[in-house]
Design a protein around this ligand. Structure first.
Ligand SMILES: [Zn+2]
Length: 352
């Protein structure tokens, strides 16, 4: 093979190396053009090797140099191309694996408290700040604690006000949180007590806008020597100011509960007309909020207290009612329906 022919073969191999798009193509070129059986190896180099064997001594050196030059040229050309292709491959794979940290992440929906629990927790922290203890009792209650110890014996007409779900003759779903009072007093007879008891209560009511068969109550009881109505009134005033704001006034309307004497319904001045009377308060200027009174001596006695030495006040408040009045909620059932559109409205309230 002539030198010119070898050089043109070399150029064509280099060209094929140049156009290889990836490593796979480059290796194909290597196998076909530079393998043992390739034209370059078997003919071109072989013919040069034969030439060198028969060439005169003075030409051998130049011939050897030419062979090396041809071999090195194609080899380094190949290696350069290989390096370029590997770099490109690496760059492409890095790009493919790249994570774009500037992309917005996936937000997960964060829930928040039901307005009932917002108010409940607010009330609990209000009373614990005043030094009250927080107690709880069973939701499935004994008739003895739910009624008898609270001065409501069997066949007492006041039981009609609190019809319940009975499990058997003596066991029912508690109709109020008041049994927790009896349970607490019985545990520590003749000891001053200052407590609240939040929890679920149940009554056999037909569900409507303002009634539900299940609702939440918070019970409050203070028993000590010398507790009187003024203590009750000032406590309730502070409590109502906390829930409804400092401008609201309260008034006591005589009422009847078997476990308190005297008993009151506590009214708070209407937020809309401030006591003048409007449609919201049916012209009375006030809205009924909760029931309260001085603990009946019979209750004190039955729960282990000396009723001549100790006196106390108690009240029970419906948490739903407070929430409805405070937030202007029109239907008690909204608290339990888990409608996200309703619950979302209290997100801001939760962040306060
Ligand atoms: Zn009004």
């Amino acid at each position: 093979m002539e030198r010119a022919e070898i050089l043109s073969l070399l150029a064509s191999i280099k060209e094929k190396i140049d156009v290889a798009k990836d490593m796979k193509e480059l290796i194909e070129v290597k196998n076909s053009e530079l393998g043992k059986k390739s034209k370059f190896m078997s003919e071109a180099l072989e013919s040069l090797n034969q030439l060198i064997r028969t060439a005169p001594v003075e030409e051998k050196k130049a011939l050897g140099a030419f062979i090396n030059e041809v071999k090195n040229d194609v080899l380094s050309h190949y290696e350069n191309k290989e390096r370029v292709l590997r770099e490109e491959q690496e760059k492409a794979s890095l790009l493919a694996e790249q994570i774009d940290i500037s992309l917005p992440g996936e937000n997960f929906y964060k829930g928040h408290k039901n307005p009932l629990y917002l108010i409940r927790d607010e009330i609990i922290s209000f009373f614990t700040d005043l030094g009250y203890d927080v107690y709880s009792g069973p939701e499935i209650e004994n008739d003895h604690y739910n009624f008898e110890l609270l001065n409501t014996p069997k066949d007492h007409p006041a039981r009609d006000m609190q019809d319940s779900f009975y499990i058997d003759e003596r066991t029912l779903l508690r109709t109020h949180t008041s049994p927790v009072q009896a349970r607490t007093m019985l545990k520590h007879p003749n000891t001053p007590v200052k407590m609240i008891a939040p929890g679920k209560t149940f009554r056999r009511d037909d569900d409507d806008l303002t009634h539900s068969h299940q609702f939440m109550q918070i019970e409050c009881l203070v028993v000590d020597e010398g507790i009187n109505l003024a203590h009750l009134k000032s406590t309730l005033e502070k409590f109502m100011h906390k829930i409804f704001g400092p401008k609201r006034t309260i008034k006591f309307v005589p009422s009847y509960f078997p476990f308190t004497e005297p008993s009151f319904e506590v009214n708070v001045s209407c937020a809309h007309c401030h006591g003048k009377g409007c449609n919201m308060c049916k012209g009375t200027g006030f809205i009924e909020v909760l029931g309260a009174g001085m603990v009946h001596p019979n209750v004190l006695r039955m729960c282990g207290y000396d009723e001549h030495r100790f006196s106390g006040f108690a009240f029970g408040v419906g948490v739903e009612r407070l929430a409805m009045l405070r937030y202007g909620i029109d239907d008690i059932r909204r608290f339990y329906q888990n409608d996200v559109r309703f619950l979302k409205q209290f997100q801001e309230e939760y962040r306060k």
